[in-house]
Ligand binder design. Structure first.
Ligand code: CP
Length: 305
């Protein structure tokens, strides 16, 4: 039985297979409409979500399956003190696969150790978000036509941004990807991740504070929200929250084929005026999320053979 807790749980070949399957699903939706008939997906969300939970549920429904679950810890027996181990042992009796979002790093991994069904980490604290990574890779593949030979800039909260951590791990496995990390000093990529991903493998990366100086180099700009919910101190959040605001003026020096991604939700970090720019890909990215998750569900249930 396979789980998806960390992007490194998938080989590059498995990632490429899931992306190819997602692209086929997009082109042949009817062919896949009953693949999960009789199967159930549980969405166990201990933290708020719009895209991840609803796209998982839409994905399972489009595959002909059913969904059950909860959208906040307060509406489950976690509010009465139930452990995640007991919850997943219970849910394993009702569902065939589960997606779990939790504010504590490692909670989905713990759940997987007590589960008799595949577990997908749908975001654990400031750690990982591997199904978002499949979404991001699918968006890049469809937009740029490749996952190698790219310069990607990550901008904003690179300390707490789990989508950033997971995408860095995945992109570092493709050839000739240059990483440009744009953040205030307080929100830099954690040292452990730089050590594991870049330094040990001799992968070059640049850290800068100013977006303007690197804009002309970028093929992809991955904007992120400053993660208010992970700050211990509100004053620090208020000081840092508007560190970067992407607007049309800032894009004047960017490449014509730049792809602007954002996992969403957005707060202030991309002006709504950018939404109509052909380089804005973040709503295309939302659409990719459902298809990436359809392919992932099929893969983890062994229905993609
Ligand atoms: N991208 C993402 O994880 O969005 P939600 O928090 O809305 O699920």
């Amino acid at each position: 039985m396979k789980h998806l807790i960390d992007p490194m749980d998938m080989t590059v070949e498995e990632i490429d297979h899931i992306l190819a399957l997602a692209i086929d699903i997009m082109a042949n939706r009817e062919k896949y409409s009953e693949v999960c008939k009789g199967k159930k997906l549980a969405t166990l969300f201990y933290e708020p979500s719009t895209r991840t939970r609803l796209s998982f549920e839409a994905a399972m429904m489009e595959l002909g399956g059913n969904v059950l679950g909860f959208s906040s810890a307060n509406s489950s027996s976690a509010a009465k003190g139930e452990s995640i181990a007991d919850t997943i042992r219970t849910v394993s009796c009702y569902a065939d696969i589960a997606a779990i979002r939790h504010p504590k790093e490692g909670a989905p991994l713990l759940a997987s150790m007590h589960s008799s069904i595949p577990i997908i980490n749908a975001g654990d604290g400031g750690h990982n978000h591997p199904s978002q990574t499949l979404t991001d890779l699918l968006t890049i593949k469809r937009t740029k036509g490749r996952l190698d030979n790219l310069t990607i800039g990550f901008c904003g909260d690179l300390k707490f941004g789990r989508t950033v951590h997971s995408l860095i791990k995945a992109m570092a496995r493709y050839e000739n990807v240059n990483f440009v990390l744009i953040s205030p000093p307080e929100l830099q990529v954690p040292e452990y991740l730089k050590e594991d991903v870049f330094i040990k493998k001799n992968i070059p990366y640049t850290e800068v504070v100013s977006m303007d100086e690197v804009m002309p180099q970028l093929d992809i700009l991955y904007m992120t929200r400053v993660q208010k919910e992970r700050f211990f101190n509100e004053a620090d959040y208020i000081r840092l929250k508007d560190s970067y605001i992407l607007d049309l003026e800032k894009l004047e020096t960017a490449k014509n084929d730049l792809a602007i991604l954002h996992p969403l939700p957005r707060v202030n970090e991309i002006s709504v005026k950018v939404d109509d720019d052909p380089r804005a890909c973040y709503f295309k990215q939302v659409e990719c999320g459902k298809f990436a998750r359809m392919a992932l569900i099929m893969n983890l249930l062994g229905l993609d053979k």
